[in-house]
Design a protein around this ligand. Structure first.
Ligand code: COS
Length: 379
């Protein structure tokens, strides 16, 4: 095992850290309140190469490895997990195309990202969350010209209202089920494809989360990713790949909450001394440190395994599950150390705690992660 961070990654990480400290952290509370991203931030992030980080070199991207992507998402997660989520959703949406797309499809998709566009991964539906195979959106093949007509709706889609291009999962079988799940590339503006309600969420509020509606959306056969019925495998492989990155955003949240509470504990005086000198506070801080360090190592190991071409599904699920649980525990404890101040919007930790919660839910709940892990351990 060797996942030492290279000089190049360190340099990039430092650049992103400075960008986050200047352009994201100072605006995080405002973006949270306003429920959308600051004007111009996507463009600035694009200039830094942060919105198309998943694009391989052969499609004119940076072509960085998973460890580097994780390091970058951790930095973004420190500043604002909502912003990190929006940019990471671009990677999530691109992965199915990289996994199953033709050269032409990869070029089409990557070009959108390389021009600063956002992308969205549309799998979830009102009735299909953990049970991804129960997608009810139908794709019917038209015998005359080979096109497909899609009807249905999608829910909780990150970047839904702002993406230029979408990866949409629909069922090509009348009877439904995982064997009919099929993935399609659908550009914004395709007739019949529209954005529905925007979610008013508890956390990650700068990220745009919307419903999508498909009414007689006609796409050419060339929009289909892989074969009919290959969608479930594509979705599962995509989620395997994306999970360590949810882990890295979670590590970022936890690190930021821990840093904030350490600073506070050194400044806050009670009983005539800084609260950092009390052993019960020290124990909480030490436990936070152990958890953050462990979570980061688990994310790095899963990323390294992915980069080595090893089977990393179990480690990806473990990293996502553990790191997001850590983010929730550390943000909760950081508020505990900071008492009433931590609970107030005067400090950023209450937002971090709200942001942390979704990490245990999206891209597969932590209950699903445990199923995946147990399955890999038992069979
Ligand atoms: N990679 C490749 N193929 C996979 C796979 C993976 N990681 N996981 C499962 N498959 C394949 C299996 O090999 C199996 O294929 P065969 O039937 O040809 O053998 C098929 O998919 C079905 O697998 P399985 O029986 O394990 O599927 P289940 O219906 O039991 O579902 C869970 C498995 C619950 C793990 C899956 O539905 C899941 O991950 N759900 C969560 C979805 C999710 O994360 N939703 C969040 C919204 S997306 S942001």
């Amino acid at each position: 095992m060797d996942f030492a961070i290279t000089e190049e990654t360190l340099e990039l990480q430092q650049m992103v850290r400075e960008f986050v400290e200047k352009e994201i952290t100072p605006y995080a509370a405002e973006m949270d309140k306003e429920n959308h991203m600051r004007e111009g931030l996507v463009e600035q992030a694009f200039e830094m190469g942060l919105t198309n980080i998943m694009v391989p070199e052969e499609y004119d991207g940076m072509g960085v490895d998973s460890l580097t992507i994780a390091a970058i998402y951790e930095e973004l997660g420190k500043g604002c997990a909502g912003v990190a989520t929006s940019f990471a959703a671009n990677s999530l949406a691109t992965l199915p195309v990289l996994i199953a797309g033709t050269d032409e499809q990869k070029r089409q998709y990557c070009d959108v990202l390389n021009n600063g566009g956002l992308a969205a991964f549309a799998l979830t539906e009102p009735g299909a969350g953990s049970d991804a195979g129960s997608v009810a959106t139908r794709a019917v093949k038209n015998k005359e010209d080979g096109t497909y007509t899609l009807n249905g709706s999608k829910m909780f889609i990150t970047n839904g209202g702002e993406a230029e291009i979408f990866t949409v999962f629909a069922n090509t079988r009348k009877t439904g089920g995982i064997r009919g799940l099929t993935a399609f590339i659908i550009p914004k503006g395709t007739p019949g494809f529209r954005v529905g309600k925007k979610e008013d969420k508890m956390g990650i509020r700068p990220s745009n989360t919307c419903e999508l509606i498909l009414e007689d959306v006609v796409v050419p056969e060339s929009a289909r990713l892989g074969r009919e019925g290959e969608g479930f495998r594509i979705a599962m492989k995509t989620l395997d790949s994306a999970r360590p990155f949810v882990g890295s955003i979670s590590v970022g949240i936890a690190q930021a909450a821990m840093d904030c509470c350490i600073k506070y504990a050194k400044e806050r005086r009670q009983f005539g001394q800084p609260i950092a000198s009390f052993q019960l506070v020290q124990q909480m801080i030490a436990d936070m440190g152990i958890k953050v360090e462990t979570a980061r190592l688990m994310v790095q190991k899963a990323c390294w395994m992915r980069d080595q071409g090893m089977d990393f599904a179990k480690e990806a699920a473990m990293a996502k599950c553990y790191a997001s649980d850590v983010a929730m525990q550390v943000t909760t404890d950081a508020i505990q150390v900071m008492g009433g101040y931590g609970y107030s919007k005067e400090y950023p930790v209450e937002k971090m705690m709200r942001d942390a919660k979704i990490m245990q839910i999206y891209e597969g709940t932590n209950q699903i992660q445990r199923l995946v892990i147990a399955n890999k351990m038992l069979y």
